[in-house]
Design a protein around this ligand. Structure first.
Ligand code: ADP
Ligand code: MG
Length: 291
């Protein structure tokens, strides 16, 4: 939970208001448990991401903790989406894109020749900026992945469980055969989360999942993310710093170098990054002076 406290003060008889402090409280588990004791899902070792000869992300080393929410923040064009897509090999689909360095997923080299990228993307699901349900019924949207993956017969229980986990069941249980496209934006995004959950992933990657949503739908998704981290590891890209501060356990700040490559400036527990950043660039960004 983050609160920005506004200070009212009078300067030369004029009332001024400014954000003076960002107070971040976190659940006890995260506060008391040292990061080193927690299980790592990803370990990135000097990872660079290229589009052809252009290096979009350079030399990023970081760990992603299990059952936590890690937020990647930074100005536009600093390679946040590119970095996120490197976690489930989505960049492989872009001609000319490649990754150097190493990404270990549960200790295994994610880019080793014998690793099947399709299986990687099943275990490491993705939710995009713009809700993108298939032009199919709500039911079929959720059942699609399991069916493609070979789940035969009755998928009713799986559909219900996935929609419940995505906090959408109560709103759609009486209209499962209507089109997913008929739902509101926020419901569509929860449908996409249900679709991602239905194939039993381990990790859910979210690239600015709320940027097309109104504030109420945004809060609903944020609450959902906090529920979901009990069962999943979540990495979220957001340019909304309040969102990063509200939902995430760890924050990674990227910015851009003169060669336009995004690089990691600082990472740490979210309260630390927002209240006591070690780097001036981070401080300028989280305090809104830049970006
Ligand atoms: N498919 C692509 N092909 C070529 N360049 C790309 C592609 N996607 C992103 N880029 C470039 O990579 C850089 C980082 O982009 P991106 O990862 O989308 O940044 P962010 O998500 O932080 O805004 C930008 O310079 C962008 O133009
Ligand atoms: Mg992006």
């Amino acid at each position: 939970m983050l609160e920005v406290e506004r200070e009212q003060r009078s300067v030369d008889g004029q009332s001024q208001s400014r954000d003076v402090a960002i107070r971040v409280t976190h659940d006890a588990q995260v506060q008391t448990e040292a990061p080193a004791e927690r299980e790592l899902v990803f370990e990135l070792d000097t990872v660079s991401c290229y589009y052809g000869s252009f290096r979009a992300v350079k030399d990023v080393s970081l760990d992603i903790q299990r059952n936590a929410i890690t937020a990647i923040i930074g100005p536009s064009g600093t390679g946040k989406s590119t970095l996120l897509r490197s976690f489930n090999r989505m960049n492989d689909l872009v001609p000319g894109a490649h990754v150097t360095g190493q990404i270990r997923y549960h200790g295994l080299d994610l880019y080793a020749p014998k690793v099947d990228p399709v299986e990687v993307r099943r275990r490491i699901g993705m939710v995009f900026q713009k809700p993108n349900p298939f032009p199919k019924s709500i039911y079929d949207n959720v059942a699609f992945g399991p069916r493609v993956g070979g789940v035969k017969g009755n998928t009713d229980d799986l559909v219900e469980q996935s929609l419940r986990r995505a906090a959408l069941w109560d709103e759609v249980k009486d209209k499962l055969r209507t089109s997913g496209l008929a739902l509101s934006g926020g419901q569509q995004q929860r449908l996409c989360i249900a679709r991602a959950i239905a194939v039993s992933p381990d990790v859910i990657l979210m690239d600015e999942p709320c940027s097309a949503l109104d504030p109420v739908a945004t809060l609903r998704i944020e609450e959902l993310m906090i529920e979901l981290k009990q069962n999943y590891t979540i990495v979220i890209v957001t340019h909304n710093m309040q969102q990063a501060a509200r939902v995430s356990d760890e924050t990674v700040f990227l910015t851009m170098d003169e060669d336009r490559a995004g690089y990691l400036v600082e990472r740490g527990l979210t309260p630390q990054i927002f209240t006591n950043p070690q780097n001036r660039l981070t401080e300028d960004y989280v305090s809104g002076r830049f970006g």
